[in-house]
Design a protein around this ligand. Structure first.
Ligand code: C2O
Ligand code: CU
Length: 526
């Protein structure tokens, strides 16, 4: 019939993701693509139930021959990959030896509120002087507020006014029960108004949860399981990170210049902290844990051999764990914060073949991400890709619950006290004023609606996408999500149920500049 192809092409154009925004250009000499070997972050497992992480400044070589000063977890970027097991609670003890406050969030973690990295629950470095409140009416070169948030954040330093804030100095224990399925999480900074520059400067790492159910499946393992943190950056001539902050020390004015309202995009694509790296691989199947840790950049990832042959992605998991069944994709589109767990099959490729991971949303060098080089033939007895019908995990069908409360979250530009910023339901983020009280153990429908493209992230519990505009879930919406990319004027409905932990949690845009420009709201679970 005519209807089917038409619907297909409409869907296809409706799915086309966009990349808007101004690109911050590097002044440094950039390396050739695929000349740097892919690094893997060091792995850290708990000893007893404790993992210790030192937040400290470090000099890292990202561009060959140049030195980059970064804010790091344990002196490396990305931070160490934490590996834990479902149901085995861990304490992650962070010490802050940086020069600035931090708040560490485990993205995707089912975490009690006091360990969730609430933006004003700061960990201060020893000796850090809290900036004095700005005088009302003073010009906002003050220490407070977000970009576009002076006034927007309640005017001057009142932005930080949060009587419930739990501020600690030197050291802080984050307690993670990890009562959730095996999946790829990541931890990153979440400091009020400064998340974007502090993540840009290096505060991000993987946290992988494993469990027996996943261990029982036939999946690529060991060296054939690779976490890939994709993030763009820009560099000065001497290798220093560039960021369009109004004050390079971050202490004067937070946020970014007005012309970066859409978020900051760099011109260098890093994978695990290396520019356009290359990985030597066997002619075998690989499990790739894809994470978009960029501040604002979206990717539409595609694999193809040097002679143009496509290699498909078999998606096995999403943000919150394994899918019910594998799903094939030619392209994986990812917004900031999203994870896709995929298996790729290099078995039919001859040694010497190269496979590029490309970004359809980029142009020139930002269209390149990394490359795989098939180094050798190998045995491989993983039997996943051959059996697409195979069940991976118990995931309920995303059906609309009858009579559930529909809660609406409207993400849009807000003029606040005469400046442009971003808000939710007409309000910029105020840490002391939650926008909703949400009962625990109750299924709700949340509707996200935007007038621009925003990746919407919810803390505490994952959700399932029910609808996108007037259609069902899109191709990237399978499984348990905690971050969903919402396009302009397309209402996305999800089913969510918060369990166990009462307290205050966040919903926000995961474009980190938007988050710092106050596109965030607290909700309280009760
Ligand atoms: Cu990845 Cu609230 O953040
Ligand atoms: Cu946004």
């Amino acid at each position: 019939s005519l209807a089917a192809p038409l619907a297909g092409s409409l869907a296809a154009c409706g799915e086309a993701p966009e990349q808007t925004g101004r690109i911050l250009r590097s002044a440094a000499r950039l390396p050739e693509a695929y000349a740097t070997p892919l690094p893997l972050p060091p792995v850290k497992r708990p000893s007893g139930d404790l993992i210790e992480i030192a937040q400290r400044p470090a000099t890292v070589e990202i561009l060959p021959g140049l030195k980059t000063e970064m804010m790091t977890y344990d002196g490396v970027f990305p931070g160490p990959t934490l590996e834990t097991r479902r149901g085995q609670a861990v304490t992650v003890r962070h010490t802050n030896s940086l020069t600035l406050p931090t708040a560490t969030h485990l993205h995707g973690g089912h975490t009690p509120a006091d360990s969730d990295g609430w933006p004003t629950d700061l960990l201060l470095p020893p000796g850090f002087e809290q900036p004095r409140p700005a005088q009302p009416g003073a010009d906002h070169s003050g220490h407070d507020g977000g970009h576009g948030g002076d006034g927007g954040h309640g005017g001057g330093h009142e932005a930080m006014h949060d009587p419930k804030a739990q501020v600690t100095t030197g050291r802080r224990d984050y307690r993670y029960p990890l009562e959730q399925p095996a999946t790829t999480l990541w931890y990153h900074d979440h400091r009020m108004d400064f998340t974007a520059p502090q993540v840009w400067r290096g505060l991000a790492g993987f946290h992988i949860i494993r469990d027996d159910e996943e261990d029982a499946l036939s999946l690529p393992r060991g060296e054939r399981e690779i976490p890939l943190m994709i993030a763009d950056r820009a560099f000065d001539e001497d290798g220093a990170l560039r960021y369009p902050a109004l004050d390079p020390e971050l202490l004067g004015q937070p946020g970014v210049e007005d012309r970066y309202m859409a978020g900051v995009l760099g011109d260098v694509i890093l994978v695990n902290g290396a520019p356009w790296p290359e990985a030597e691989v066997d002619a075998a199947q690989y499990r790739l844990r894809l994470l978009n840790a960029s501040n604002a950049r979206r990717y539409a990832l595609r694999l193809r051999t040097a002679d143009g042959k496509p290699v498909a992605f078999t998606q096995i998991g999403s943000d919150g764990g394994l899918l019910a069944r594998p799903v094939e994709h030619d392209v994986v589109t990812m917004a900031s914060g999203e994870r896709f767990d995929v298996v790729v099959d290099f078995r039919s490729l001859a040694p010497g073949t190269t496979v590029e991971l490309r970004n359809d949303l980029g142009t020139g060098r930002t269209a390149q991400v990394m490359r795989f080089r098939i180094a050798r033939r190998a045995t491989d007895d993983v039997r996943l890709a051959d059996r697409l019908a195979k069940r991976l995990a118990d995931v309920p069908e995303p059906e609309k619950p009858d009579g559930a409360v529909v809660r609406k979250w409207h993400f849009r530009r807000e003029a606040v006290h005469g400046r442009m910023g971003w808000g939710i339901n007409g309000k910029p983020f105020e840490p002391a004023v939650p926008q909703a009280k949400v009962p625990l153990d109750n299924t709700e429908i949340w509707e996200f609606f935007t007038d621009a493209h925003h990746p919407v992230h919810v803390h505490l519990s994952p959700f399932q996408v029910l609808r996108r505009g007037n259609r069902g879930p899109g191709p990237m919406d399978h499984g348990w999500k905690d971050t969903v990319d919402v396009r302009p004027y397309e209402a996305v409905r999800v089913r969510v149920r918060f369990e166990k932990y009462a307290g205050r949690f966040l919903i926000h845009c995961h474009n980190l500049e938007h988050e710092d420009m106050a596109m965030m709201a607290g909700f309280e679970t009760v």
